[in-house]
Design a protein around this ligand. Sequence first.
Ligand SMILES: [Zn+2]
Length: 476
Amino acid sequence: MGKVITLLKLLPKVHQILLCFLVLATLIIVILPSGDPHASKDTNSKLSGTIKLGNGDSSDSSNMSADKLAQLKTPLSFRTPTPPSDLRQTITDSNTPSSPQPERSIDGLNRQQVPKKHVKHFKVESGDTLAALFNRAGLSSRDVYEITQLPKAKKNLLRIIPGEEIIIVKDDAGEFLQLSYHINPISTLVIDRDDKGYFEHISNKKVDSRNKFSSATINNNFWNAGVSAGLTPNQIMQLATIFGWDIDFALDIRRGDNFSIIFEEEYADGEFLRNGNILAAEFSNQGDRYTAVRYTDGNYYSEDGRSMRKAFLRSPVDFKYVSSSFNPKRLHPVTGQVRAHRGVDYVAAVGTPIKAAGKGRVIKSAYNQYNGNYVFIKHNDTYTTKYLHLKKRKVRQGETVKQGQIIGTLGSTGRVTGAHLHYEFIVNGTHRNPRTVKLPKSLPITKSEKSKFLALSKQIMAKLQQDKQIQLASIQ
Ligand SMILES: [Zn+2]
């Protein structure tokens, strides 16, 4: 040691200081303990500890990776960061449950990935009550009490109807873990139980809509053409309603008439849900072309922006009731001969509802031996409509009626041989054919909306024509 010090003294002052520094630094590195070797492991386990078990939101859990799922299945002691060995014993004793926590359900969707759950579906039977169903499901009275205290559960579960189902998840010990109930195709009520209590939430699927093109040519009747185009009964009726001011669907549809439409299809989480609104349509009837475009106000306008609604419906009877709607050579129900007369006859079942073609005032509601029960409506100084042979009249003289209001039912009263509606359309005192008479022009879309509407109309009608061409090309 003495020699080292002598040697040091021979060196210049700066070198002496530097050497002392080096020696000190080496000593510190060698003598002091290294950093905590568990550091990285700690952050890891802290991270997994923050994932809350048993309260998984369906949207979270459905996106969960297999890795995260594996973490969820690890016993709870994993939640606590690994403490230094001398502290480990005391912490384990006071804070951590000695046995692993039972697994909690994550969501019905992940059933097959979490094997230790017992999932059972309970169908609501007719005459069933919630209490009876919970009893069948083997829920404890505490479960039933707690569940019915939750506001969303209370609101929705008390309205269950036969045919619906409730899904119950239990653990190995038969303890209730989760209940789920599809309120509708989009929303599901989920009730979870964990050691903190009972929790509810509603999980909603994401709904988006896609536009779908469809078209058909009418071979025998409009209804069948609609079905072949993939339309629902509602959409077929909607299409007839949209064009019902222009076309008499009961009597004026002919072989070769055709239509093309673009409508919405709704998808929930990518799964087909239902057909939605008709967005654009084109109808070709006996060579005349009609168009309709749905605007953001929910109303339909022709492609050039005139309202589809007009002062008069072309037909006072819904086409779906009219049996002979596609027979241009119908025999007249009175004379048994084909003949033109001052009105139009609609042959349908007794009791079929009859609508007012336009708004107006009832100037006659009476009975005589020729007309049977009849109703006359004066719409204004120019137009009057007459409805004959009714079974029942549903309006009184002097009453005002709205367009489409049911004024009576079809019958066979008066001088007839079969049930039908005799309908007359009078313009300035002269009988006219209601199916061909020129009617007052409908109102155009408001000026402030016109340019916006026309832009939309141009775009969607171009798409419709394009899709039509593609389909025509694929047929040929
Ligand atoms: Zn007649």
